[in-house]
Design a binder for this molecule. Structure first.
Ligand code: EPU
Length: 439
């Protein structure tokens, strides 16, 4: 499949999506794997690489510090070799692009004792501070100063192992701490660490290049610093968010989609909820087949850190729940502001109300704030086509799903967001029978 890119797309709803598509490596894994590979001056090779814009940005980022990279797109392979770090200052053009540059603190400080990284970007889904990252890096000996445009850090000698207790199991902060600790003097213990499958994928790669990392009970990761790392080959973890997005497409259109390379272990919680809402799935040797098993039923869901229901599955699921009978509740506990996309769904005919309270069960860390982080969805509702402007990556797929079942032709604007994280999205949708065009 070639990679078509349109500014806007038009989707006419009503088609049952059927067929087979490949799920390649996860955006949230491969981008970090490339950064992790810059810890070593030896060559690393990655397989199962997706064609997504966040990876293009990460490649440019690694090149900016001296990596030589060969991306063999037709084979989904990337070879990367960072024999020398040519600069410790990341150019300002990477400011606001995504969340990856901040993970270069570990490699840059370990190899050059200094790092200057522009202010971060990424999806506009909340404040997304970096305080937990910095607390962790400081514990390992980094001295960090924030200017208006950049975070500047230095280290005397080497990182020194320490006890790091994260106040929240942040994915990025856990990754930052791990990447800094692998070449540290002594032992680092990260408590309350994130344990998302993408983190485990990085642990597996770091072990391949020579790191000593234990994942212990109770969200504890223990790293014994080593002197030197070497090269390795690694196949990126398959994308569980992309897989869940297409699984919902199968159920919501009453179709049948086989997702080659989708992996059950990373989707266990999703599969439970998918079954409870009325979806069906069959686990095959080479992937998972998704369909609708029975009429869709209402549900109560709470997003959470792994192994909970991922915040990145929330948006497609909310669209699915607009088609389920009865009142559903979705409590978002990871990001304070991840429901703004529902406004456009309501314009299409959905009945979604947002609330500040923690609805549906436990109280979360947003309970005393004024954040609309719970959604009540009344279904089923018929959706009408409209023009939709994508606010962020996952909301973008929610809009695609809404357009796929809407009456009429919807225009979707702002495809750049989708290209950040969905591999060959237009070709894939076309292949499984969506009525999609660029005019
Ligand atoms: N947080 C802080 N301080 C910090 C770091 C995080 O308060 O220093 C808060 C955030 O504001 C947020 C929560 O902790 O409310 C979770 O943030 P986390 O650090 O875990 O997320 P992240 O590393 O920035 C990654 C993924 C996100 C995914 C989250 C949660 C990447 C590049 N991004 O973000 O993916 O939602 O973990 O699993 O890996 C996406 O793919 O669309 C996406 C947004």
């Amino acid at each position: 499949m070639s990679n078509i890119r349109s500014k806007n797309i038009f989707i006419t709803g009503g088609k049952k999506l059927k067929g087979e598509i490949d799920i390649h490596g996860a955006k949230n894994s491969i981008t970090k794997l490339l950064v992790a590979s810059t810890l070593t001056n030896k060559k690393c090779t990655f397989y199962n690489v997706p064609e997504i814009d966040d990876l293009e940005v990460t490649i440019e980022l690694c090149k900016s510090i001296g990596s030589e990279i060969n991306w063999i797109k037709e084979k989904n392979i990337i070879e990367i070799h960072t024999s020398k770090i040519k600069t410790s200052k990341i150019p300002q053009r990477f400011s606001g692009k995504n969340r990856i540059p901040i993970l270069l603190f570990g490699p840059l400080l370990a190899r050059t004792k200094k790092a200057s990284i522009p202010i971060l970007g990424g999806c506009k889904i909340g404040a997304r501070p970096v305080d937990i990252h910095f607390d962790a890096l400081k514990k390992l000996g980094a001295d960090i100063n924030c200017t208006d445009n950049s975070y500047d850090a230095t280290i005397e000698g080497k990182f020194t192992g320490n006890l790091i207790e994260l106040r929240y199991p942040s994915v990025g902060a856990t990754e930052n701490a791990m990447l800094a600790a692998v070449l540290a003097n002594g032992k680092t213990v990260i408590k309350n660490a994130a344990i998302e499958p993408e983190i485990t994928d990085i642990v597996k790669f770091l072990q391949k290049i020579g790191a000593i990392i234990f994942t212990d009970v109770d969200r504890t990761i223990i790293i014994e610093g080593v002197e030197k790392l070497h090269g390795a080959e690694h196949s990126a973890l398959s994308d569980r968010i992309e897989a869940a997005s297409y699984a919902v497409a199968a159920a919501i259109t009453d179709g049948n989609i086989f997702l080659k390379n989708a992996q059950q272990f990373s989707l266990v919680t999703f599969l439970n909820m998918f079954r409870k809402v009325g979806g069906g799935f069959t686990i095959h040797k080479k992937g998972i087949e998704f369909y609708r098993k029975e009429s869709l039923k209402n549900l109560s869901i709470e997003t959470d850190v792994y192994p909970g229901f991922s915040t990145d599955w929330q948006q497609p699921f909310v669209v699915l729940l607009t088609q389920a009978k009865g009142m559903s509740v979705v409590h978002e506990t990871v990001y304070e502001n991840r429901f703004s996309y529902t406004k456009s769904l309501n314009v299409m005919g959905a009945k979604i109300e947002l609330h500040n309270q923690c609805l549906g069960g436990k109280k979360c860390r947003f309970q005393h704030h004024d954040y609309k982080h719970s959604a009540v969805i009344q279904g089923p509702t018929k959706l009408k086509a409209t023009e939709l402007t994508i606010p962020d990556l996952r909301a973008g797929f929610a809009y695609v799903l809404a357009a796929l079942i809407a009456d009429g032709k919807s225009k979707i604007v702002g495809l750049d967001q989708l290209y950040r994280g969905y591999d060959k999205i237009e070709e894939k949708l076309e292949k499984i029978g969506a009525d999609i065009s660029s005019k």
